[in-house]
Design a protein. Structure first.
Length: 311
């Protein structure tokens, strides 16, 4: 069973990980995989700033998307940027029901500063925008690229906190729907991406445990960009002995060998410490340089491997 077959029983797939680990590449590859399987897919980037170009949506030829409505890339494939301000606008539109009042409210600099600075309000806006997209029922799968590890936990822990204060009304209903989508194993899951380095692996394992405590299923953990290992165990041991105690600053290949040793140690840590409930996937380092070609490589690889334990 390929990546798409195993994950695409899920309406919502949250892709997260520390910055620089390749989560945007993986999110794009998962969306491509699902789209190639004939699914209706929305690829979404969570951001607070739409004045900059989107690396994720740029992979689909649309780096400058703004506004809360999905943009069509291809048949059955759309993209959107999920933002707090879009969620705030959608909430005000639902509450006020008069467009001129909504526009006037959103033009208020003081109101916008408050909505972005008040505790939990940016996350509420983000979740409201996401829930609005899920409510549309236009897509089989919504793949969300979350901006950072801390944001994933913040967004995941928000619903229960807010519901204890605002259990009903427009906000309470939307928050409950978001909580249901994220915590119902039949509807949503998380995919965590990390690199073959000790600290990123440790942080990813901690994030997985944190998400599981919040009842969000971690369907898969991906060790990205694993360098090739051309050596046998005996050859590596001999090289370690040869390099021990030597000045290797001018020795060709020594730095790459030590990087490989660290990567292999991190891979062992990954295999040992990742929760048993999550599928463990190691993606080889791509030989391509163009980002779009790397996405294609990752998508092709994920289509070949078991991920997430089935539908």
């Amino acid at each position: 069973m390929g990546a798409g077959e195993a994950l695409w029983a899920k309406e919502l797939v949250l892709v997260t990980g520390k910055g620089g680990v390749g989560k945007t590449t993986v999110a794009a590859a998962l969306a491509r995989s699902a789209h190639a399987a004939g699914k209706r897919v929305l690829i979404a980037e969570v951001t607070s700033d739409t004045s900059t170009q989107s690396q994720l949506l740029g992979l689909f030829g649309h780096p400058e998307i703004k506004g809360e409505d999905p943009v069509r890339f291809e048949d059955r494939l759309h993209g959107v940027r999920i933002t707090p301000s879009a969620g705030h606008r959608l909430f005000l539109a639902a509450a006020l029901k008069v467009g001129v009042l909504v526009n006037a409210a959103m033009r208020s600099a003081a109101l916008n500063r408050f909505l972005m600075a008040a505790p939990a309000f940016p996350e509420i806006g983000t979740l409201y925008h996401l829930v609005t997209l899920l409510r549309s029922k236009r897509f089989d799968h919504v793949v969300v690229d979350l901006p950072a590890t801390g944001h994933a936990l913040g967004l995941a822990s928000l619903p229960k906190t807010v519901l204890s204060v605002v259990p009903s009304g427009l906000i309470g209903q939307a928050i409950q729907e978001g909580l249901d989508a994220m915590t119902d194993d039949a509807r949503g899951c998380a995919v965590l991406v990390t690199l073959p380095e000790g600290m990123p692996v440790t942080e990813s394992v901690e994030l997985a445990r944190g998400l599981e405590k919040l009842d969000i299923s971690v369907r898969a953990m991906i060790l990205n960009a694993m360098p090739p290992n051309p050596f046998t165990d005996d050859e590596r041991a001999a090289l370690r002995d040869h390099l021990a105690g030597r000045d290797t600053s001018l020795l060709l290949g020594a730095r790459e060998f030590r990087r490989l040793e660290r990567a292999l140690a991190a891979q062992e840590q990954f295999e040992r410490d990742v929760p048993a409930t999550a599928a463990k996937v190691t993606i080889p380092q791509s030989t391509k340089t163009a980002h779009g070609e790397v996405v294609s490589d990752v998508a092709a690889y994920l289509d070949q491997v078991e991920i997430g334990g089935g539908a």
